[in-house]
Design a protein around this ligand. Structure first.
Ligand code: DHB
Length: 301
């Protein structure tokens, strides 16, 4: 067994870093490429009920320390995504991220993802700008509990819930997810953000608002995992601004059993996974951690 082996509940991972939803994960081939690069699993782009073109350009821009995007949940829709899952699932673990607009859509999407071979489903209850989706649903604890419990009653695969930092009641929302039967909490999604063009005197993105990701959000994510580790007993997956082994170690020491990398795949390339794996293992050897589990939560008194 390697020191990098870990598990998120029943989902075992050879390496603790997964591809976060939204990056290099909308086609079967791109997901396979990320598995080959050393990702322990890939979380798919959030898939909805119908094919969707997404927002008009500009839907993406760079800012100091990160990126702001409002892609508009583009994707082929759940029926066509079957083809992509058929390519990727024989090569490794794929977590199916789903973005429904109500309980019944989440049930349909989760059932399909399970049928397509996903090792778990991740409920996107946290996109910061999609009307009727994401955090509009995921900031109401009663609705979170209802969605999670209904999905749990419909699939056998583990159900992960990705939460938003755009709330002051994150612990209550995570508890609601746990009460609904969630198998893991994933935190954080992007921070609601805006960029204005002084020349055009208006918001830069066509959608006006977007989500901030990248290095700038890491301390927010680490704080979220640190807080959640105290209040929930289900496993945590840390995500937000992880670029190197230090960032990954911070999340694990705050309480995460595994982590996800998003923006750094774009800025640093898929090699980011092998670099983090090598460097993290070196740190663990030097500091006497023989497993991810032995490091988990050690900064959390
Ligand atoms: C999208 C953007 C996000 O930041 C997110 O969390 C989910 C979806 C998007 O616009 O597609």
């Amino acid at each position: 067994m390697s020191a990098l082996n870990t598990a998120v509940g029943k989902v075992t991972l050879e390496t603790p870093g997964m591809v976060a939803s939204g990056i290099m994960d909308e086609t079967g081939e791109s997901m396979v490429r990320m598995l080959q690069a050393g990702a322990g699993a890939v979380v798919s782009k959030s898939i909805g009920m119908e094919p969707k073109a997404g927002h008009a350009n500009p839907c993406f821009t760079e800012v100091a320390g990160g990126l702001v995007n409002a892609m508009g949940l583009p994707g082929p829709g759940i029926e066509l995504f079957k083809e992509e899952m058929e390519i990727a699932t024989p090569k490794g673990k794929i977590v199916g991220s789903i973005a429904g607009g109500n309980v019944s859509e989440f049930i349909t999407l989760a059932t399909k993802m399970e049928e397509y071979g996903a090792c778990a489903v991740e409920l996107n209850l946290s996109c910061p700008h999609a009307k009727g989706h994401g955090m509009e649903l995921g900031t109401d604890p009663a609705l979170v509990k209802e969605i999670v419990s209904q999905v749990k009653g419909s699939v056998k695969v583990p159900v992960w819930v990705k939460l938003t930092p755009n709330t002051h009641i994150l612990p209550q929302i995570a508890l609601a997810a746990q009460d609904g039967g969630a198998d893991a909490v994933v935190a954080i999604n992007t921070l609601k953000a805006m960029v204005i063009s002084p020349e055009f005197a208006k918001p830069f993105l066509s959608n006006k608002f977007g989500g901030l990701s990248g290095a700038a959000v890491k301390p927010v994510g680490v704080r979220a995992i640190y807080d959640l580790y105290k209040v929930v007993s289900i496993p945590l997956v840390g995500v937000g601004g992880i670029c190197n082994w230090r960032d990954a170690a911070e999340y694990i020491m705050a309480g995460a059993s595994a982590f996800q990398v998003g923006s750094a795949v774009l800025t640093d390339g898929p090699e980011v996974f092998s670099r983090i794996n090598t460097d993290l293992q070196k740190f663990m050897e030097e500091y006497g951690y023989d497993s991810i589990a032995s490091m988990r939560g050690v900064a959390n008194e």
